[in-house]
Design a protein around this ligand. Structure first.
Ligand code: ZN
Length: 223
């Protein structure tokens, strides 16, 4: 069986993708990579480590603090407050980190290249989300093409959640056995546990579980 590398942020989607990948490629063929990009809250990194631990898969944390250095958005610059409304010029929320997924996937591919891993898995989705342009199917397809050309490689880039609603993502998580690990995943933009319930990320997560008619296991953490 071929090997797969999952980009694991510690959030709901990447945790679900990890279990999707375990199901598809076999537990022993899974590796995970997490990027420390100077995100607002270290709780995200702690979640990624914990999720990998619960899933019994290897995890490497790669430091890339350049986004914090560039600043200009609320996820990588803690001086900027997370806002719910869209920026009037870009029509994007100020949580948008320009180029983030492009860089992540390129570094993930560079790592996979060294390790002889052929499949790359990411939890990006273009439906039901904040409209981040680097999460679009078209972006990911073009990126996979660039990476394969630029590295003379034949990576397959998997985006199992691309066209799913949040409720469908919850159903997939149930099917793949991701619920125990999801208890340790982190979503809140305010870095809160228990989740603040008020930021856009919390609200999106809450709506997804509600639509699927499932209790979010985050509320069962440690119980
Ligand atoms: Zn929140």
């Amino acid at each position: 069986m071929e090997k797969a590398l999952v980009v694991l942020s510690g959030g709901q989607d990447s945790t679900t993708c990890l279990y999707w990948a375990i199901d598809k490629f076999g537990h022993e063929n899974i590796d995970t990579i997490t990027f420390d990009y100077g995100q607002r809250h270290s709780i995200e990194l702690e979640s990624a480590v914990k999720v990998a631990e619960v899933a019994h898969v290897p995890n490497i944390i790669v430091p890339i603090n350049t986004f914090g250095f560039l600043g200009g958005n609320s996820l990588a610059d803690s001086d900027i407050e997370v806002k719910n409304e869209l920026d009037e010029n870009t029509n994007l929320p100020n949580t948008f980190v320009p180029g983030r997924n492009l860089i992540f996937m390129t570094f993930a591919a560079a790592y996979a290249y060294q390790k002889g891993i052929k499949h790359l898995v990411t939890g990006v989705a273009q439906t039901d989300y904040s409209g981040y342009p680097d999460c679009r199917d078209e972006t990911m397809k073009a990126l996979a093409n660039s990476i394969n050309l630029g590295m003379e490689a034949e990576f397959e880039l998997h985006t199992p959640l691309m066209f799913m609603s949040k409720a469908e993502t919850v159903e997939l998580a149930q099917k793949c056995g991701a619920m125990d690990a999801l208890a340790w995943s982190h979503t809140c933009y305010n870095g809160k546990f228990p989740p603040c319930g008020e930021c856009p990320a919390c609200q999106l997560r809450e709506a997804g579980f509600k639509d699927a008619g499932v209790l979010d296991p985050i509320f069962l953490r440690g119980k």
